[in-house]
Design a protein around this ligand. Structure first.
Ligand SMILES: Cc1cc2nc3c(=O)[nH]c(=O)nc-3n(C[C@H](O)[C@H](O)[C@H](O)COP(=O)(O)O)c2cc1C
Length: 319
């Protein structure tokens, strides 16, 4: 299938351990996005953020770091920092719906003020052209279609259309939807018809049928981004490309390697436990009848208990 597949950024989930493990075991994803890095006036990243985008932690991965800010100078600084690490494309987060982010006018909150967004891009593209990032940087955007009302989308599209974005990724939900309801394909169609640059669709692709539906309606699209579907089923892109379905053995091997890597990266099970358990929320979708076993995994209090509960799940599931 003539389509590019990107792995969506997911805060708390798609860390470098997951990206490296995934790209080695399930080739086919074109690019991986980092969860957002909150850049601020102090012009310093947290240790965790620095580690996440370090080239040595992303081997085999084509990474697009994502930045969360509403400040043009800070964005330019952060983009320059990413370029220094070898990442030539930087993505701006205009989608995060969380209250703390939105009330500061960042993420999806930035969408409430198209004039300010326009001024931001003006300054960013002007600065980038004048060398503020220390070299040529491609700037892409990942956006929702508004804050409260889909009527907001048209003026956002006008703003995006004024600048040479490397790519515009649209998750056609409002901020107020969070992850509820269905993506608004009519609004996406407006972007599809009117946006002249590179456009990517994101939202609720979980099966070959979902992809067919999207590409059927938007045949010239050629680019999609997938998040939750790829966590629930790490082989989803292979399946979308006509390859074989995920086997239980593959899921176990992926899970077990990720566990080892995270325990090492986060210096112990105590720190890795929350992230590992969150995966099961997604894996669980594939196994609706295995609630009891999954509950046991989520209750594990030590690495030994966790391993035993996960092994029981995989062993039992394989029969
Ligand atoms: C737990 C979680 C964390 C997320 N973190 C980010 C993030 O850091 N940056 C971002 O742009 N989107 C983030 N998203 C949104 C996803 O990238 C994606 O846009 C959304 O889940 C819809 O795509 P999907 O249906 O394929 O998952 C997050 C979503 C979830 C569920």
């Amino acid at each position: 299938m003539d389509c590019m597949f990107d792995f969506a950024p997911m805060e708390g989930i798609t860390d470098y351990s997951l990206r490296e493990t995934h790209s080695a075991r399930f080739p086919g994803v074109d690019r991986y996005y980092s969860p957002f890095i909150a850049a601020n006036q102090t012009r310093s990243f947290k240790t965790r953020e620095k580690q996440d985008v370090a080239p040595e932690h992303n081997s085999g991965v084509v990474l697009v770091p994502q930045i969360l800010t509403n400040h043009p100078e800070v964005f330019l600084w952060a983009a320059g920092q990413m370029l220094l690490r070898g990442w030539g494309t930087v993505n701006l987060n205009l989608g995060c719906p969380s209250a703390t982010v939105v009330t500061h006018g960042k993420g999806a909150g930035f969408l409430s003020d198209p004039d300010r967004l326009d001024a931001f891009f003006e300054r960013v593209f002007d600065g980038a052209e004048k060398g503020a990032c220390g070299g040529p940087v491609r700037i892409s955007v990942k956006t929702r279609i508004g804050v409260e009302n889909t009527a907001e989308a048209a003026s956002l599209l006008t703003v995006f259309s004024r600048y040479p974005l490397d790519e515009l990724i649209v998750h056609p939900r409002l901020r107020k939807d969070f992850y509820q309801g269905v993506p608004d394909l009519d609004i996406f169609e407006m972007f599809y018809e009117d946006y002249r640059g590179r456009l990517t669709y994101n939202g609720d692709i979980r099966s070959p049928e979902d992809l067919r539906r999207i590409l059927g309606r938007f045949p010239k699209l050629g680019r999609v981004m997938i998040g939750r579907g790829l966590i629930a089923n790490p082989a989803l892109v292979r399946e979308l490309q006509g390859g074989p379905a995920l086997t239980m053995h593959e899921l176990q091997a992926f899970h077990d390697e990720l566990l080892v890597r995270r325990v090492e990266a986060l210096q112990g099970f105590h720190n890795a436990s929350g992230k590992m358990k969150e995966l099961w929320y997604y894996f669980g979708e594939l196994f609706p009848d295995r609630e009891k076993e999954i509950r046991k995994i989520k209750k594990a209090r030590s690495l030994m208990e966790y391993r035993a509960a996960a092994a029981a799940f995989f062993g039992d599931a394989r029969g």
